[in-house]
Design a protein around this ligand. Structure first.
Ligand code: RNT
Ligand code: ZN
Length: 406
């Protein structure tokens, strides 16, 4: 234990915060690291195939992995630089198809056994994402809501199979897998019939979720979006659509991506409206910049605010925290690590908040005092506790870029 940490411990104790308890709690809150920042979402299915569906990884930094082996080495390195508990969020295109091409409606757990082995070896667990894009059957940017039944059936089959893979991960690894469904479906320009595609989407989702799967092993989340690149005018799977679908059907939870709302609309303000109903929520921690939804996450105000909301609601067991960003303009391993560390820092920051003290002031009705206290506690020595966390996890706390040879 460093002297500096001891000082921080005493300062926080004066505010009624036990830093030892906080460090224990932080240790066990997993973040689900997305696998796709490391290779611009190329995957192993057909890496030469470009991205579709209104998402893009832009930039030309060197170091994109040239093989699966290189990819796995980079993943090892990234994981070693992120302190604390981790899950890994896979996409369906990161399958093993070394024995021949396997289409999305054909994937099975056996194409992912190497990930289960990897997870066991690295003491992590897994989440999953169907890949409803970057495929010739998604060329119209319509999948589960496509007017052509054959195309809808293809993607419905993909969704069903992904849930079974999620169940397999959950059984093998002893921790629930969140299978997160995001579809690109939308329209670039003015859409007249906005109801029709949503009816088709309801129907496809009902089919995907027909089979009950034990939520001990797999939970499905539905990720909404405001708009995609080239799909600016209409998104079938909007926030309102999925909120209603999951509440009415009670067969899934919502995934809120922090980059998927209007610029002045923030996830931190929405969370409590789900938590108050006892709902679980999946989070995609991302960073919107103007029209882009996927910049590398940094330790900014909204990230802190989101974690504070979870902490104040005592809901770290209800909110599944995953990352989601892609940037090809900087080193990809470093980008992965910078974002993940920012998320962990924000969780720590939230856990260290003297929430009881603040709530008491609020209840007293002294709002001047409330604002003053909120401002002053921002100066508490949170960084010293972060250093201690990194130290206890044998992870560098500064200059890790050089230390790791990134
Ligand atoms: C896209 C969604 C989605 C994707 C991943 C790759 O806007 O955020 O989560 O980023 O599925
Ligand atoms: Zn997302």
């Amino acid at each position: 234990m460093s002297d500096q940490y001891n000082v921080a411990q005493q300062i926080y104790a004066k505010h009624g915060v036990d830093t030892e308890k906080v460090l224990d709690t932080l240790q066990n809150i997993p973040i689900s690291l997305h696998c796709w920042q490391l290779d611009d979402l190329s995957g192993f299915e057909a890496p030469e195939r470009g991205l579709s569906g209104g998402i893009a990884a832009t930039g030309s930094a060197a170091g994109k992995p040239n093989s699966k082996e290189e990819y796995m080495e980079n993943l090892d390195l990234a994981l070693s630089l992120i302190p604390g508990k981790k899950k890994l969020a896979l996409h369906a295109i990161y399958l093993n198809n070394e024995e021949g091409f396997v289409d999305r409606d054909q994937i099975e757990p056996k194409h992912f056994t190497f990930w289960v082995d990897y997870a066991k070896k690295n003491n992590i667990t897994l989440d999953f994402n169907p890949t409803y894009f970057s495929h010739e059957k998604a060329a119209d940017d319509l999948t589960l809501s496509h007017p052509d039944k054959a195309i809808r059936d293809f993607w419905t089959e993909h969704g069903k199979r992904c849930r079974k893979i999620g169940e397999y991960f959950g059984k093998e690894l002893g921790e629930v897998c969140i299978t997160n469904h995001w579809i690109p479906d939308g329209s670039k320009d003015y859409r007249v019939d906005k109801l029709g595609p949503r009816k088709l989407l309801i129907d496809s989702l009902d089919k995907i979720f027909e089979e009950k799967i034990d939520p001990k092993y797999n939970i499905d989340s539905l990720e909404s979006k405001l708009f995609g690149l080239g799909l600016e005018s209409y998104t079938v799977g909007s926030h309102e659509f999925y909120s209603n679908y999951s509440a009415i059907r009670n067969n899934s939870i919502i995934c809120m991506d922090m980059g998927h709302y209007h610029p002045t609309e923030v996830v931190s303000q929405k969370l409590s409206s789900y938590l108050v109903f006892g709902k679980e929520v999946m989070l995609h921690v991302s960073r919107p910049v103007r029209w882009d939804s996927d910049h590398v996450v940094i330790f900014d105000d909204e990230l802190k605010e989101v974690m504070l909301e979870i902490k104040r609601a005592n809901a770290f067991d209800k909110v599944h925290i995953g990352s989601d960003y892609f940037d090809a303009s900087i080193n990809r391993v470093a980008a992965t690590v910078i974002g993940a560390r920012a998320i962990k820092k924000a969780i720590l920051y939230a856990l260290l908040e003297p929430t009881d003290e603040l709530k008491k002031i609020e209840e007293s009705g002294n709002f001047t005092r409330r604002l003053e206290t909120v401002e002053e506690i921002k100066m508490l020595p949170f960084g010293l506790v972060w250093e201690e966390f990194c130290r206890r996890n044998d992870t560098p706390c500064d200059n890790w870029l050089e230390k790791a040879g990134v």
